[in-house]
Design a protein around this ligand. Structure first.
Ligand SMILES: Nc1ncnc2c1ncn2[C@@H]1O[C@H](COP(=O)(O)OP(=O)(O)O)[C@@H](O)[C@H]1O
Ligand SMILES: [Mg+2]
Length: 436
């Protein structure tokens, strides 16, 4: 073996059961060892790019007495030979033979096995990958400082950098990654001002969102200065890069917490790519009947309430920032953020108001009271009704002016929509049962 303590290497760390082979539980015979589809092509991809290939595996079956150390070594040698036949050399297979009770330092997510590799090889962890199918694998990457933690599976896993449903999907992604980057660059060159666009890839349709700064205009700032109403609180000013980072990490966090948002596929310094989440609700609503409309809006309210129960807010909560695919509503567009001294309850109220307001502009028949009732049932937050009443009370003199027949004739469509919405809100009885 050549001396690998001198030159710096990049490494791929592979979990065994569930990644290299199908996890049938305590596999120790080659007859039961079923290679995952696409695994050779995937590992070959890394090997050809100069990565050292390590397998890091918990083998508590040894400690539990299900099979011996010799059984494991025999199977391992056979596995290495199969890779060899495909022109892939596995550098080393590291394993922990202990049961969880042993409280050893080598069982994943503990890092002793990786530490061992780092003593023998000079490895650049910032260009290294770990592929696993369990939280303990991803945690190992985090604990050991392996930059890229790829999760394969469909569970909600924390701290992974990329997720794929199968080894095959990840292999396909890697094979097409350079093509995708080229396609994105070509599109931007042809249309330098484009901010968001979709592309068809072999893995399905995706959306590309480019970095751009966020800020509120003067009118907006003035409205807040005068009213101090959190509904018109200005967004935080962020550079394009900050806004991109903010939105990508919020998407990731919500995804990990099972909130329906598009999955982040890849992020660069200037854009990110997310999965397609179907039709934009704003446009979909125009095709629906009254009852279908109400059903869809209720679905959104349920999601919004769920998001709020998770102590989060949407930000740009208008109907154009929800999508619908296969009976499921998704949130999109999270670049807006607000100063941290604002109570999250106010931002959640702003979400709800903004959502209702965006509906009111569509000229469709909606039962607002039912939507609000549903929101309150799920969040238990009855204060929203009082907040609506405070709001309508604050602008009641304006509402009186708008109502005037002559004035009505001159005002624009948006003002009329908001007026109609405010009337609805004003008439919703407060929970004490008293008329507002
Ligand atoms: N993941 C997605 N799935 C489906 N449509 C999307 C997706 N992401 C964006 N869109 C479409 O692109 C529009 C703009 O995207 P969005 O993230 O809201 O950007 P902006 O901040 O410019 O509003 C959306 O209103 C929607 O029509
Ligand atoms: Mg949007």
């Amino acid at each position: 073996m050549s001396d690998k303590t001198q030159e710096k290497y990049k490494a791929l760390f592979l979990d065994r059961d569930g990644i290299i082979n199908v996890d049938h539980g305590y596999v120790y015979k080659k007859e039961d060892f079923e290679f995952n589809e696409g695994i050779f092509a995937l590992v070959k991809h890394f090997f050809d790019e100069g990565y050292l290939i390590f397998v890091v595996t918990n083998q508590s079956g040894i400690g539990r007495g299900y099979y011996s150390e010799e059984d494991f070594s025999r199977l391992t040698q056979w596995m290495i030979d199969v890779f060899k036949q495909k022109n892939i050399s596995i550098e080393k297979v590291l394993y922990c033979p202990h049961t969880p009770h042993a409280k050893c330092s080598c069982r994943k997510p503990n890092t002793a096995l990786i530490d061992e590799v780092l003593q023998q090889y000079k490895i650049d962890l910032s260009d290294s990958y770990l592929i696993g199918d369990k939280q303990s694998d991803i945690d190992l990457a985090l604990n050991a400082g392996i930059k890229h933690a790829i999760y394969i599976g469909n569970k909600n896993i924390k701290n992974s950098t990329l997720n794929f449903l199968s080894i095959w999907k990840y292999k396909e992604y890697l094979e097409n990654k350079d093509d995708l980057a080229k396609e994105i660059e070509a599109k931007i060159e042809q249309d330098p001002k484009v901010e968001i666009f979709s592309l068809a890839t072999t893995n399905g349709r995706v959306w590309v969102k480019r970095a751009r700064k966020t800020a509120s205009n003067l009118l907006h700032k003035g409205a807040f200065f005068l009213t101090k109403n959190p509904i018109v609180v200005p967004v935080e000013t962020k550079t394009a890069y900050e806004a991109l980072q903010y939105e990508a990490s919020k998407l990731q966090r919500l995804y990990e917490n099972s909130i329906p948002v598009p999955k982040l596929i890849v992020k660069s310094q200037t854009y990110f790519v997310i999965e397609d989440c179907g039709q934009t609700v704003k446009y979909l609503l125009q095709e629906l009947s009254n009852s279908e409309t109400q059903t869809l809006l209720e679905k959104i309210i349920v999601q919004l309430a769920t998001l709020h129960n998770a102590n989060e807010y949407h930000g740009g909560s208008q109907v154009k920032n929800f999508t619908y695919k296969e009976n499921k509503v998704y949130f999109i567009d999270f670049e807006e953020s607000f100063p941290s001294d604002i109570d999250i309850k106010e931002l959640q109220f702003r979400d709800l108001f903004l959502f209702l307001f965006s509906i009111s502009k569509l000229n469709i028949k909606v039962d607002y009271a039912a939507l609000i009732e549903q929101y309150i049932t799920i969040t238990g937050n009855q204060t929203v009704i009082d907040k609506f009443h405070t709001l309508t009370h604050t602008v009641s003199f304006l509402m009186k002016i708008v109502k005037n027949r002559i004035v009505w004739h001159f005002i624009d469509k948006d003002t009329k929509s908001i007026y109609r919405l405010l009337i609805h809100l004003e008439n919703i009885p407060s929970h004490t049962g008293e008329a507002p």
